[in-house]
Design a protein around this ligand. Structure first.
Ligand code: SF4
Ligand code: SF4
Length: 332
């Protein structure tokens, strides 16, 4: 029986630009001049959908840079995704790219008309540091245009001192007419009374405010070193982040959804190569095999058995992946 490839993407994430209106201290995105054009991205989408034998692409998401700096691209791609009956995943944004409320309403309105019905993923934490009043205006416009208040999530990286961020989060909750709820000492969601008093039999019409807060640790880069964990990470073969084709602004395609996706070891070609050739390249790429097939945890054990000594332990699989990109798979 023919062996199934370990890397089986089901999503494309388009990052149309590396440019951004913010300058976050923890950002790893390359701010090049390259921009993805919508026609090439749609051609690639069609190429991926053509085959009935290769892994099926089901969803499309957007990242960057700040993707709203290319609103025309977003609208064109959202139309194409809707017309082809694919699903939307997250559209990542910092929510702070707009200059006036008329521009904000027009840009979001065009996206709504283009059919976007995925999750708006708002990056908000101490590193991003947006003004809560502007985020409340952004979310308010989004809720008004989509006619529901449950379509956004906050993606938030923990920092060593979150005191003023948590104060801003409380303020954001108040401005949205809701309250911040915490669980196990972590901000967990912002909800209003209408959402809280919903019962299981009520229709889920999105009229109540529900803004989930997804907290995550900050991944350190290989250069920073992060070896002080008490236990090693567990293998998940990138199932947590998901199996994606991540399309960079210059058209290069990575098998990684974020942290190390500019490392050459995780780039399998470019959109012009076509889906079949990209998957063939992924099947031959040693680092892709280590992540998706052998498992980086298994590789770590094998390296230690051969005498490779790491500076300590890391609980962050993406940090270790980035470290091996820099050092090579022999770990030396
Ligand atoms: S908003 Fe995102 S892309 Fe922009 S600087 Fe911050 S981390 Fe980088
Ligand atoms: S950094 Fe490596 S381990 Fe993490 S999601 Fe990307 S490919 Fe997977």
């Amino acid at each position: 029986m023919k062996k199934e490839p370990a890397f089986r993407p089901n999503e494309i994430i388009f990052a149309p630009t590396g440019q951004c209106n913010l300058y976050c201290a923890h950002c790893r995105v390359k701010r090049g001049a390259a921009e993805l054009d919508a026609a090439s991205a749609i051609r690639f989408l069609d190429d991926c959908m053509e085959s009935t034998t290769l892994p099926a692409i089901e969803r499309v998401g957007f990242s960057g840079g700040e993707p709203f700096l290319m609103p025309g691209f977003l609208v064109e791609l959202c139309k194409a995704v809707s017309e082809r009956g694919l699903m939307f995943d997250r559209l990542m944004t910092n929510g702070d790219w707009w200059t006036g409320e008329a521009e904000l309403a027009a840009t979001l309105g065009a996206l709504y008309e283009a059919g976007f019905d995925g999750i708006l993923g708002l990056s908000y934490d101490a590193y991003h540091g947006q003004d809560p009043d502007r985020l409340a205006a952004f979310l308010g416009a989004y809720y008004t245009i989509w006619g529901r208040k449950d379509g956004a999530e906050l993606l938030s990286v923990r920092s060593p001192d979150d005191t003023s961020f948590l104060r801003d989060l409380e303020r954001l909750a108040g401005l949205l007419g809701g309250a911040l709820e915490s669980r196990a000492g972590e901000p967990y969601r912002i909800v209003d009374e209408a959402h809280r008093s919903r019962t299981a039999s009520d229709p889920d019409d999105g009229s109540g405010l529900c803004l989930s807060i997804l907290r995550s640790p900050r991944s350190s880069s290989a250069e920073e070193g992060a070896w002080s964990a008490r236990a090693w990470f567990k293998d998940d073969y990138c199932e947590g982040p998901g199996q994606v084709l991540y399309v960079h602004p210059d058209g290069s395609v990575a098998v990684c959804c974020g942290f190390a996706n500019e490392r050459p070891q995780l780039i399998i070609g470019s959109i012009g190569d076509g889906y079949a050739a990209l998957l063939a390249a992924a099947a031959k790429a040693p680092h892709v095999g280590a992540c998706y097939e052998k498992g980086l945890g298994q590789l770590r054990k094998e390296l230690e058995a051969k005498g490779v000594a790491f500076p300590g332990k890391s609980s962050d699989i993406c940090f270790f992946c980035d470290y091996l990109c820099e050092r090579g798979l022999a770990g030396g």
